[in-house]
Ligand binder design. Structure first.
Ligand SMILES: Nc1nc2c(ncn2[C@@H]2O[C@H](COP(=O)(O)OP(=O)(O)OP(=O)(O)O)[C@@H](O)[C@H]2O)c(=O)[nH]1
Ligand SMILES: [Mg+2]
Length: 313
């Protein structure tokens, strides 16, 4: 567990459990209601399963967890903590294989990260938080304001560049995003940047024209470095629940997603969607966002997350 404290004096565990409170409250509240002073019978197990489905864990996972809870415990009384422990253990098993740090390969100069996702999912904010984290590690970061649709998008990224000390390459509104990514990569090379992060405009996963623009950004950067981009991060907003599933499917097809970041886990009771995604796609989950602040992004840790959504300490 990362126990570093931020400006508000909270350590990471406090921020994580605080951020996931709505998800854990809905799950653990329901668990408490169900198991208190009751024997574990078929009806209770079914209700537990429904609770997990409502928290967006996915039908398969909910079934598996319910079966694990039921095993050897029929017609016995169980405690709330027993059930939470089994839930956390099962969820951790699903999450452990996908919890992978974003490794900045040392042989890529710069290491290029393309950030994609639907409108408002948290891309630009995540880039700011990530730039801060990389800068703290002593890396030289350049940002590309590849969202050229809105002037405000460039301004937003500029503010993050000032806060984090990252360089920024920006164009005029309406400029060609792929051209800007090309220039960005050229400049980052000249300046000896370690990491280049390319912001993109939000796009709906079902809009073919915009999706093909991502493909163009990738193709153009490959002209300078055939191995770029070295990471394609799909930023998902946890509050959308099940819609995240189709976002992963579509962006994986067009943009070759290499890893996920899930944001806004603090604003939803549907944090279980991360578990459903892990079970379905097995794509690495690198970071989670639990707030708007610069410190509210952390490497994804399976055990911490599993215990937090189960409402354990
Ligand atoms: N509560 C919370 N808010 C977040 C988090 N991440 C981002 N946000 C907020 O979500 C809103 C949208 O974030 P942006 O980073 O602008 O999203 P975007 O994907 O770049 O949006 P577009 O560029 O319009 O596609 C902003 O108000 C952010 O502060 C998070 O982890 N928690
Ligand atoms: Mg943006």
């Amino acid at each position: 567990m990362d126990d570093s404290t931020n400006a508000t004096g909270k350590n990471w565990w406090q921020r994580l459990t605080g951020g996931l409170r709505r998800t854990s409250a809905s799950i653990s509240g329901a668990i408490a209601d169900l198991v208190t002073k009751r024997k574990l019978d078929e009806a209770t197990i079914e209700e537990l399963e429904e609770v997990l489905i409502r928290a967006d864990l996915g039908i398969d996972t909910a079934g598996r967890v319910a079966a694990a809870i039921a095993e050897g415990r029929y017609n016995k009384t169980v405690t709330e903590d027993e059930v939470k422990d089994i839930l956390a253990t099962e969820v951790e098993k699903i999450l452990a294989p996908v919890a992978a740090p974003l490794t900045i390969a040392p042989d890529a100069h710069p290491f290029v990260i393309l950030v994609v996702g639907v409108n408002g999912s948290g891309k630009t904010t995540t880039i700011g938080k990530l730039a801060a984290r990389l800068a703290r590690e002593g890396r030289k970061v350049t940002l590309v304001a590849g969202d050229t649709f809105r002037a405000a998008a460039t301004e937003q990224l500029k503010i993050w560049s000032q806060r984090t000390g990252a360089s920024i390459v920006a164009g005029t509104q309406g400029a060609d995003a792929a051209g800007l990514a090309y220039t960005g990569l050229e400049q980052a090379r000249e300046q000896g940047a370690d990491v280049l992060i390319v912001d993109t405009a939000g796009r709906l996963q079902n809009k073919a024209g915009l999706m093909s623009e991502l493909d163009k950004i990738v193709r153009v950067m490959k002209k300078l470095d055939t191995t770029a981009p070295h990471a394609v991060l799909l930023v998902l907003d946890a509050t959308v629940g099940q819609n995240a599933i189709s976002q992963v499917t579509e962006f994986q097809k067009t943009a070759g997603v290499t890893g996920l970041v899930m944001t806004k886990l603090d604003g939803t009771a549907r944090g279980g969607i991360l578990v459903a995604l892990a079970a379905k796609y097995r794509l690495p989950v690198h970071f989670i966002g639990v707030g708007e602040g610069v410190d509210d992004l952390a490497p994804f840790a399976a055990r911490d997350f599993a215990r937090a959504i189960a409402g354990l300490n």
